[in-house]
Design a protein around this ligand. Structure first.
Ligand code: ARG
Length: 587
């Protein structure tokens, strides 16, 4: 199944070139979904913007485009409205044929892949060693995973990278504290169980802030670590290992796969970055630090702001590492595109790094680097998310709580409905609903906005929530089960699709829309577009199911309608899986 909008677009380009072939320099997208269903399904407004270039009235241009347009296969004769808008309405036969085709293959295979697959890095999650993985990292993990899934599905070669913060001066303090508080850790295997690393970090920091001799030891540890001292490296490894285990628990719960390539990986390349910048005369000295002056970033006094790449003590920083990572990804990984998913607080950082990378020709025209920012996670009071006692919320606790609440809701429902279910069933539903709810609540927001974390809202059965979507899916699967609508039924009966009722036509159009929604998610990197689509689809299905007899209608209508149920379920399952959400056959 090819994206319909793309096919129509193609037809318009051909038509315009036929009638006026010289240098019109057309925009990439000529066809859009109709702004109002009253005007049909799609519209093209190009005639208005061509008027000046062509020297004719928009309505005349629109007519000439239509004269050359070959879209009979898809649409009723196009209409010209108002000043020169071209309105398109899909033909019923086209919808019916397309759905019949769709029933003949698996949906995932039927949807077209990109023409030219790219190598794309999605840099996401990226927590910091020995520090807490906070709700910001949770957002990055959920959004990054969804974008990676969509890009993979579209046929790209995606490298999912976890750019963990595993290097930097804080390790001096951590190693110094480790040697002091756990002297056996380095010599005896398994002597170390730091458990709560965050607490360990706090204690180390306290020693560092209040004890001068300790501070000095910590400083020496940094130097030892950077010079590759084997004991320091061993201690560093132990700390990383402990954190990694904690992070992995979260990734397992969320079903996230990632390749760790932390900041330390780029350590050997940092010196080269400085040399490169120097050789291109981009490096300037400013109060002992080496930096590159930026365009478009000024300090309070309007003076250009520098991006520091080497501190006065010779140390490198976050930006230097990102420059080295960029060069490595371009040259060694051979990427076409890099997507960084972090909170909006890092917008300036990435804009600055990209600017310097372009100046230094690390980033060339062939490679696209995109920062995908997102807003803050807030508590229901609109402030930073905290526990009742005012502490920061631990991710593991937050996910456990979501599953617990989903379980409570389920148990209440079972009681009300007088149902008994096995423990396995209850566990599975609670897990999938709880985790699905956390993910969906995040993905269904416009990611730029701050988002209010509310268990009650995300677990509600009504509205644009995971439970609603999962329930809609399970309900359709119930209908399918009851009527033995499965792959075998579809293959043996290959139902004819007949769209009789208006609600069926609307549902059919929605079912055929998935490819263009996925293209849009790829283009705009906005998962909420997919959520909106799935929500609309399930609402359109409900309207259809309310209005149309399915089981009681006569053949061939009955099979046609069962075919629509089958396609809706498949579309919901596929869409949810691209959001990283697992469906339930029953709940
Ligand atoms: N570790 C960083 C943080 O916790 C995020 C890293 C994002 N990726 C990158 N290449 N800078 O904020």
């Amino acid at each position: 199944m090819r994206s319909l909008i793309k096919q129509l677009n193609q037809k318009f380009i051909i038509a315009i070139e036929k009638y006026h072939s010289i240098g019109l320099d057309l925009p990439e997208n000529l066809v859009f979904p109709a702004s109002n269903p009253q005007f049909g399904d799609y519209q093209c407004n190009i005639a208005l913007s061509l008027a000046k270039k062509v020297g004719d009235k928009p309505r005349n241009i629109a007519q000439k485009i239509i004269d050359n347009l070959e879209i009979d296969e898809f649409c009723l004769p196009p209409e010209i409205a108002g000043a020169g808008f071209i309105n398109l309405t899909l033909k019923k036969e086209y919808l019916e044929n397309s759905l019949e085709q769709l029933l003949k293959t698996s949906l995932a295979q039927a949807i077209d892949k990109v023409d030219i697959p790219q190598k794309i890095i999605v840099d996401f999650s990226s927590p910091n060693i020995a520090k807490e993985m906070h709700v910001g990292h949770l957002r990055s993990t959920i959004i990054g995973d969804c974008l990676a899934r969509v890009l993979e599905f579209r046929g790209h070669d995606v490298l999912r990278l976890n750019h963990v913060g595993d290097w930097g001066t804080q390790f001096g303090m951590l190693i110094a504290y480790l040697t002091e508080a756990y002297p056996d850790a380095l010599t005896k295997p398994d002597a170390l169980d730091l458990g709560d690393l965050v607490n360990f970090y706090k204690k180390a920091k306290e020693r560092f802030d209040h004890d001068e001799p300790f501070k000095e030891i910590a400083r020496l540890e940094v130097v030892k670590l950077q010079s590759g001292d084997s004991n320091s490296l061993k201690a560093w490894n132990l700390l990383c290992q402990q954190s990694r285990q904690e992070f992995q628990k979260i990734y397992n719960i969320l079903d996230i796969s990632l390749i760790e390539r932390g900041e330390s990986f780029y350590n050997p390349y940092l010196g080269h970055i400085i040399e490169l910048l120097r050789s291109q005369q981009l490096l300037e000295e400013n109060q002992g630090a080496h930096c590159v002056f930026l365009e478009g970033f000024n300090n309070k006094d309007g003076q250009p702001l520098p991006l520091i790449v080497q501190k006065s003590d010779g140390g490198y920083n976050y930006a230097t590492t990102d420059l080295a990572a960029l060069e490595y990804r371009v040259l060694k990984d051979g990427v076409d595109k890099i997507i960084y998913v972090t909170d909006a607080g890092q917008c300036d950082h990435f804009a600055q790094v990209f600017q310097v990378a372009k100046k230094a020709k690390i980033l060339t025209q062939k490679v696209e680097a995109i920062h995908v920012p997102f807003g803050l996670v807030q508590g229901e009071d609109g402030k930073k998310l905290k526990t009742r006692s005012g502490e920061t919320v631990k991710l593991k606790d937050l996910l456990t709580e979501a599953v617990k609440r989903a379980r409570d809701d389920l148990q209440t429902r079972l009681l009300e409905e007088n149902r008994t279910e096995t423990q396995d069933f209850i566990d599975e539903v609670a897990q999938k609903v709880g985790i699905g709810a956390v993910k969906y609540a995040d993905l269904s927001q416009n990611r730029i906005s701050n988002y209010i974390f509310s268990f009650d809202k995300m677990l509600a059965l009504q509205g644009n929530t995971a439970p609603y979507m999962l329930y809609a899916y399970a309900r359709i699967q119930g209908i399918n089960r009851e009527n033995q609508v499965n792959q075998q039924f579809i293959t043996t009966s290959s139902p004819q699709i007949i769209l009789e009722d208006e609600t069926e036509v609307i549902l059919a159009k929605a079912l055929l829309e998935l490819p263009e929604v996925l293209e849009q998610v790829e283009r705009e990197l906005q998962p909420n577009r997919l959520c909106e689509y799935l929500y609309e689809l399930s609402r359109k299905f409900n309207k259809f199911y309310e209005n149309c007899q399915v089981l009681k209608s006569n053949e061939p209508l009955r099979s046609s309608r069962l075919g629509l149920c089958y396609l809706t379920a498949n579309t919901l399952r596929l869409g949810l899986s691209l959001l990283g959400i697992k469906t339930l056959e029953r709940m």
